[in-house]
Design a protein around this ligand. Structure first.
Ligand code: MRU
Length: 351
């Protein structure tokens, strides 16, 4: 895999992030020099997507350890919490920041030096990114096996929302990983990529990734879902997740729940694809998931140019929660979860 397929590069003790704000027309990496830069890059969505913001956080905390003079358990807790505060909905961020905190806490107790702790964190970051490739491949195979059962003798027309490819999840991707691998195996007829307003992850990033792999695709506005699904244009839908509660309710990019409702109406299989690190079984259901509210100008302006009347306001929830009853299956690296079966998700997490 070359560097243009990596949104996060760690080289010679330095962190570089592919600036996803200016894709697809410019591919530029920006240096992240310290933990504050890292937190800002996550807030500004230079790097985005639940798994990738988790990986980035690990390197941000490693940089913080390297640059500190006095490393303590208390200061480590504060650094992890500052990182977690960057974006609230994707659990991968707190999952990784808390794991870094634990690594530091145990290492300090064991009398390890700052240099050793730094090395350990860097090693942890690289391992997580490497392992994500294996996990994503396992999930993609499960998704393909599912569709082979449902549609054994035709090529598939698939739909996705937001961006869940390598830019968001490391190699291959999650929901987009199913689509990419299915395409490589010759199963895909066409892909519909939701534009994903207001940030346009679909038309900017998913289309960019589909194009890189020569996968036939069309960009559609979210409002076209009913048209497409009622006209038999879509065989199955695959989306990612930012946080999945114990009962299977799933927070994902705003618009996902609307799509799931339409899919349920037209009986189109609707799958969520996400690693176990996106699960949060401390939350009983989706109502407990904190939804990030972003700036109004993401809606009222386009790239700095005012669209809405001066003075118009907007409400900009960045995510919504899909009721588990609308989800056909949740695919993770440990298998396929049936959200209709009470306790199935918790069983898989604890397995
Ligand atoms: O706001 P973003 O772009 O960071 O959104 C997160 C996402 O990429 C999506 O919600 C995605 O579907 C789940 S994370 C792979």
């Amino acid at each position: 895999m070359n560097d243009s397929h990596r949104p996060i590069i760690w080289k010679n003790h330095e962190l570089f992030l592919l600036d996803q704000r200016i894709l697809p027309h410019k591919e530029e990496f920006i240096p992240v020099r310290n933990i504050d830069d890292c937190i800002q890059a996550i807030k500004d969505m230079v790097v985005r997507g639940a798994p990738c913001i988790g990986f980035t956080a690990i390197y941000g905390i490693a940089l913080w350890v390297k640059q500190l003079t006095d490393l303590t358990v208390e200061s480590a807790r504060k650094a992890a919490d500052a990182m977690i505060g960057a974006r609230p909905t994707a659990v991968n961020l707190s999952y990784e920041a808390n794991r870094c905190y634990e690594i530091i806490r145990i290492a300090l107790k064991d009398g390890k030096s700052k240099e050793q702790i730094y090395d350990q964190l860097v090693e942890h970051g690289s391992c997580q990114i490497e392992e994500s490739e294996e996990k994503n491949t396992v999930m993609a195979e499960i998704g393909i096996a599912e569709l082979k059962k449902k549609y054994p003798s035709k090529k598939w027309n698939l739909m996705t929302h937001c961006n869940t490819g390598f830019l968001a999840c490391g190699s291959l991707g999650t929901a987009l990983g199913v689509i990419s691998l299915a395409h490589r195996k010759g199963h895909v007829e066409h892909v519909y990529a939701d534009e994903t307003r207001p940030y346009l992850q679909g038309s900017r990033l998913t289309a960019f990734e589909l194009g890189k792999e020569n996968i036939p695709y069309s960009i559609v506005v979210e409002g076209a879902a009913s048209y497409l699904l009622s006209h038999g244009k879509v065989d199955a839908i695959f989306v990612g997740a930012d946080r999945i509660a114990a009962n299977g309710d799933t927070a994902n990019k705003v618009g996902t729940a609307t799509l799931a409702i339409v899919a349920h109406h037209y009986r189109i299989p609707f799958y969520v694809v996400a690693p176990v690190s996106s699960f949060d079984i401390t939350l009983a259901h989706g109502k407990e998931i904190e939804i990030e509210m972003r700036e109004m100008n993401e809606i009222t302006e386009f790239r700095g140019q005012r669209i809405a009347p001066v003075g118009a306001i907007s409400v900009n929830p960045s995510f919504d929660v899909t009721d588990h009853q609308l989800i056909t299956g949740i695919i993770c690296e440990r298998g396929l979860i049936n959200p209709a079966v009470k306790g199935d998700l918790v069983r898989v997490v604890k397995s």
